[in-house]
Design a protein around this ligand. Structure first.
Ligand code: CAP
Ligand code: MG
Length: 430
């Protein structure tokens, strides 16, 4: 009598129904475990199964079983019946397809690469409140990347000093000032004081430039505290709130999506901690999956990498992340992305940040084009002439790229860019 029934979750003759949710996994069976036995375990333990045959198995459970139906090298596709999922509950989905399976002994390694969500599942989610077009209209910025910077050093400024750096950033031509992921409300920089100081400086910069200015002020905390902080931002005329979405957790982000939407606030999603589970190419959860969940839930933008800066992420990963967020229909990329039809779900902006400076702007725009939020932080505050000159140099680098000019040519008549190139050249931080 066989002890387990994992093989019942493998059927290479199966073709998914239109309402099935499909996952792409890459995996390595442990020693002595066949590919089918391993895949059967992934499908079983992420749907209805367990390690041993059971006394009774009502038909309904059989109808809810996931099926490993397609193998390509180290990849397997698994189809999940829609009956498994609670409508509109992304947290439950992750407990299923990104839960226990990562700890199974029968697998040497397992990576959740991507999920294809059927329209019948997506329809229960609101998605981003604004979409890229809505953000551009709100900021009155069209035809170029949106730009921003984090005051650096990342933490330690008083609220007044932080706002002063913000003012210099805006006066240099940038659209946004962003809090760092680890800045919330500390004795030397209380959230309420920071909002008040930034509000005064925003109004001053808007008066002096005639442009719309904004900020990603970090509200990350316990959810009720996040609600209070979001309300304070809205009361002071802000149109964004920033959340460290990985550490805050999917449930909190779902709550804040609706709360912020009611206040007319877009959500800037920082992904701090993502590399703890997406960096290992053999084991964990891909950034594509995280980005997809965040668009589904409804953040307006999320960090997606630079390919050339100080943090990990290949050009292929960065490009696929941009597609996941910006496209109405995402095409399949073997081993990276499954096809995805987003229906009426709005788009979200990719955010490129991390070790950027004016010399690297053409590299980043060659990858993303104009449709991104470009964050250059150390790369403006480290400019020999200071923050405002650094922001100007970055805007000049963007103009050069748009006009098809190389940076040296542009720098001949723009001293800020020349000074930036003199310091950093085309250095790729590591
Ligand atoms: C960048 C940054 C961002 C990272 C996040 C930092 O500062 O503020 O948090 O870009 O990584 O703290 O490192 P610099 P990612 O521009 O001065 O490097 O965008 O990959 O999520
Ligand atoms: Mg940071």
């Amino acid at each position: 009598m066989s002890i387990d029934w994992y093989r019942e979750f493998v059927d290479t003759g199966y073709s998914p129904s239109k309402d099935d949710l499909v996952c792409l996994f890459s995996f390595e069976p442990a020693a002595g475990i066949s590919r089918e036995e391993a895949a059967g375990r992934i499908a079983s333990e992420s749907s209805t199964g367990t390690w041993t045959t059971l006394f009774s198995l009502p038909q309904r459970m059989r109808d809810l079983q996931a099926t490993a139906y397609s193998f390509e090298g180290k990849y397997v596709r698994i189809a999940y019946p829609s009956g498994l999922w609670e409508a509109g509950n992304a947290v439950q989905l992750m407990s299923g397809i990104a839960g226990n399976i990562f700890g199974m002994k029968a697998l040497r390694s397992l990576r959740l690469v991507d999920v294809s969500l059927p329209p019948s599942y997506i329809q229960h989610f609101k998605g981003p409140h604004f979409g890229m077009e809505g953000i551009r209209d709100m900021m009155k910025v069209h035809g170029r990347p949106l730009t921003g910077a984090v005051p650096k050093p990342k933490i330690g400024f008083s609220a007044a000093e932080h706002a002063e750096v913000g003012y210099e950033t805006w006066m240099g031509g940038f659209d946004f000032v962003k809090d760092d992921e680890n800045l919330t409300s500390t004795p030397f920089n209380r959230f309420e004081e920071r909002v008040a100081a930034l509000t005064r400086m925003r109004e001053k910069a808007e008066r002096e430039t005639g442009d719309v200015k904004s900020a990603f002020v970090n509200i990350t905390a316990e959810t009720e505290v996040m609600k209070r902080r979001a309300s304070l931002l809205a009361e002071n005329g802000w149109n964004y709130a920033m959340i460290d979405v990985v550490v805050a957790g999917t449930a909190a982000v779902m709550t804040m999506r609706d709360y912020c939407s009611d206040l007319g606030l877009a959500i800037h999603a920082h992904r701090a901690m993502h590399a703890a589970f997406d960096r290992n190419a053999k084991h964990g959860i891909s950034m594509q999956f995280l980005a997809k969940m965040m668009r589904l839930i409804g953040v307006s933008q999320i960090h997606t990498g630079t390919a050339v800066g100080k943090l990990t992420g290949t050009k292929r990963e960065v490009t696929s992340l941009a597609d996941v967020l910006r496209e109405k229909k995402t095409r399949e990329v073997p081993g990276v992305l499954l096809e995805q039809d987003w229906g009426s779900t709005r788009t979200a902006f990719p955010v490129s940040s991390g070790g950027l400076h004016p010399g690297l702007v053409p590299d980043v725009l060659n990858i993303y084009g104009n449709e991104l939020v470009l964050l250059v932080s150390g790369g403006i505050h480290g400019h020999p002439k200071g923050t405002r000159a650094g922001a100007r140099a970055t805007m000049q680098a963007i103009e050069a790229w748009q006009d098809g000019l190389n940076l040296e040519e542009k720098a001949k008549s723009f001293p800020e860019l020349a000074q930036a190139l003199e310091k950093w050249g085309y250095y790729k931080p590591k």
